[in-house]
Design a protein around this ligand. Structure first.
Ligand SMILES: Cc1cc2nc3c(=O)[nH]c(=O)nc-3n(C[C@H](O)[C@H](O)[C@H](O)COP(=O)(O)OP(=O)(O)OC[C@H]3O[C@@H](n4cnc5c(N)ncnc54)[C@H](O)[C@@H]3O)c2cc1C
Length: 534
């Protein structure tokens, strides 16, 4: 089945014991990917589409790192336009359309308004956004349009009125990051890749001075495995330097850290704060950053911050100053200033920013958002940086680099640019914008399979049925309450209190389906962290 067109009318099962058995039966691969975020999953999909034997190991859950904590925008990056980085913008705009095309159930166009409060600002913004759209060419989602003060208020009724001159409307895309990661993982699995979560790589194998495999530990069972591969790709996001350090120690070589991570906080508010279908982009906050308020899955996401961070926690905490900043900035643009008590959930992600100049003291805003692929003298391929929007193109670069280094046989590209992902094939009966509350539409053409499972009419929360939890466990690699309520459903990100209160019911379904510890208490602690603002 490897490399062949998908033949499954029914979703593949993701039974863990069968996945581990496959790993033990044939522990040799052409390509082994460490890290199951947007980058690693896209590399696995690309290689599997070319017919390579591929394995991917993820230490925690797929997308549990930065790839579930994005602002969830498919964008060229208006701010990169301001920096004059037109090539980066153009590439990202092309990738934006590929994502919208290949996963229409998980990504949709979104109209933004950039409000203007000063004379001259509007025409300047209009010109910039006209160029942004022109760079998209055939991938344009709609022309930038100047708005009068009245039109701006019609689009965004909660916008502060005093001093408002008008605005500019333009288009970008938005998506469900964690579910898109799972769709990429499951599409790669259909193409024969073996993907396993909760499997941490803690050592590299070497033969004649070259990396030729990994050692890993199953965090569910404690069992250790040794796997061999012609090519090993380190796609561990902000943890990329840890694996590079292991490689360096093995070869008795110094490695210099290439990453300068920066933290971004998002606050989630009820939909009344925007009251409409438009998102807001403030191009210059009081300290010169951009601020988004975006309608997403029935709530409003407000973000984000950009704070240099050295400690690489999987669950970084927001700083008090970051929350103060977001609430204060929102108060400058909305008629009703949001308070801490209005926040339904606060999540934090770490940006894998490549410190190209090697000067860690630079403020992160000036560090490149483009990706870096490097091959170590012992042939460990490391990739990091970039953004969610461009992960497909990044994967192509990684494979090209592996081929050039003679680590992977060169084969014709698998055309991932036009490859519909799981759930995105055929007519989706439920095509609804991502700004709308969650529901069956997020399953695209797999909705019928969900509905055929036990508990389809048992709603646990708005947009989350018992059948969806069973689908997550049977077909989407979910093993714990956090897997279900953070990344298959996004309830933790949307409303941490509801997620906290619902957790025992989800735990009991996991126990019945899998008979393993669903890690209920750990999840409830996490949900309290998402609510407990400093
Ligand atoms: C606040 C914020 C907002 C953002 N907004 C956007 C946006 O709107 N649009 C956009 O396009 N991009 C956005 N991004 C960027 C985007 O989210 C990241 O570029 C992307 O998710 C990085 O993916 P990754 O796979 O490289 O890293 P990750 O998603 O972090 O994946 C790395 C994975 O490696 C695993 N791992 C680490 N060590 C090991 C090991 N030893 N063994 C096995 N696995 C291991 C980790 O558990 C993790 O899952 C944003 C980022 C942040 C932080």
């Amino acid at each position: 089945m490897r490399g062949a067109a998908p033949m499954h009318s029914t979703p593949l099962l993701t039974d863990r014991s069968q996945l581990i058995a496959r790993l033990q039966e044939s522990p040799e691969f052409d390509l082994l990917v460490i890290g199951g975020g947007a980058t690693g999953l896209s590399v696995a999909l690309d290689a599997a589409c070319r017919g390579h034997r591929v394995a991917l190991l993820e230490a925690h859950d797929f997308a549990e790192g930065s790839s579930s904590r994005a602002t969830k925008l498919l964008h060229g990056g208006v701010r990169y336009l301001a920096q004059g980085n037109l090539a980066l913008v153009r590439e990202a705009l092309r990738e934006r359309s590929a994502m919208l095309r290949n996963a229409p159930h998980l990504a949709s166009p979104l109209a933004f308004v950039m409000p203007s409060y000063h004379f001259g600002e509007q025409s300047f913004h209009h010109l910039g956004l006209w160029l942004y759209d022109a760079l998209a060419g055939a991938a344009s989602l709609g022309k930038a349009q100047g708005l009068s003060r009245l039109q701006a208020l019609q689009a965004l009724p909660t916008l502060r009125t005093d001093g408002l001159k008008g605005g500019v409307r333009f288009w970008d895309g938005q998506f469900d990051d964690a579910r898109l990661a799972l769709a990429i993982a499951r599409t790669a699995a259909e193409r024969g890749a073996l993907l396993i979560n909760r499997m941490k790589v803690d050592g590299l194998l070497s033969e004649a001075g070259r990396v030729c495999g990994v050692q890993c530990i199953d965090s569910m069972s404690g069992q250790r495995h040794t796997l061999k591969a012609g090519c090993v790709v380190n796609a561990t996001g902000v943890w990329v330097d840890e694996m590079r350090a292991i490689d360096g120690r093995m070869a008795q070589r110094e490695t210099r850290a290439i990453l300068s991570p920066s933290q971004g906080v998002h606050l989630v508010l009820d939909p009344e704060w925007l009251s409409g279908e438009h998102a807001v982009l403030v191009p210059k906050t009081s300290d010169g950053r951009v601020l988004f308020a975006v309608p997403w899955l029935g709530k409003v996401v407000l973000g984000t911050t950009d704070t240099a961070r050295k400690d690489l926690s999987l669950e970084p905490r927001p700083l008090r100053a970051e929350i103060d900043f977001l609430l204060a900035e929102a108060s400058r643009y909305f008629t009703r200033p949001p308070q801490r008590s209005d926040v339904r959930s606060a999540w934090v992600g770490l940006r894998p920013l490549v410190d190209a100049a090697g000067e860690g003291a630079h403020p992160s805003r000036s560090i490149s958002r483009e990706h870096t692929v490097m091959v170590s003298p012992s042939a460990l391929v490391s990739v990091t940086g970039g953004k969610w929007t461009t992960c497909r193109a990044m994967a192509e670069d990684v494979i090209a680099c592996c081929e050039q280094a003679g680590l992977l046989e060169a084969r014709a590209a698998g055309e991932t640019r036009n490859l519909p992902l799981v759930g995105g094939r055929g007519e989706s009966p439920h095509a609804i914008a991502l700004s709308q509350p969650p529901g069956l539409h997020l399953y695209g053409d797999e909705a019928l399979h969900v509905q055929a499972l036990e508990g389809a009419d048992q709603m646990l929360a708005p947009g989350l049925s018992e059948a969806m939890v069973r689908f997550a466990i049977r077909h989407e690699y979910a093993l714990t309450v956090a897997d279900v309520l953070s990344r298959r459903s996004r309830l933790l990100f949307l409303d941490a209190r509801s997620a906290h209160d619902l957790a025992p019911r989800v735990a009991s379904i996991i126990q019945t389906e899998l008979g393993c510890d669903p890690q209920l208490e750990a999840f409830r602690r996490l949900a309290r962290q998402y609510l407990d603002l400093p």
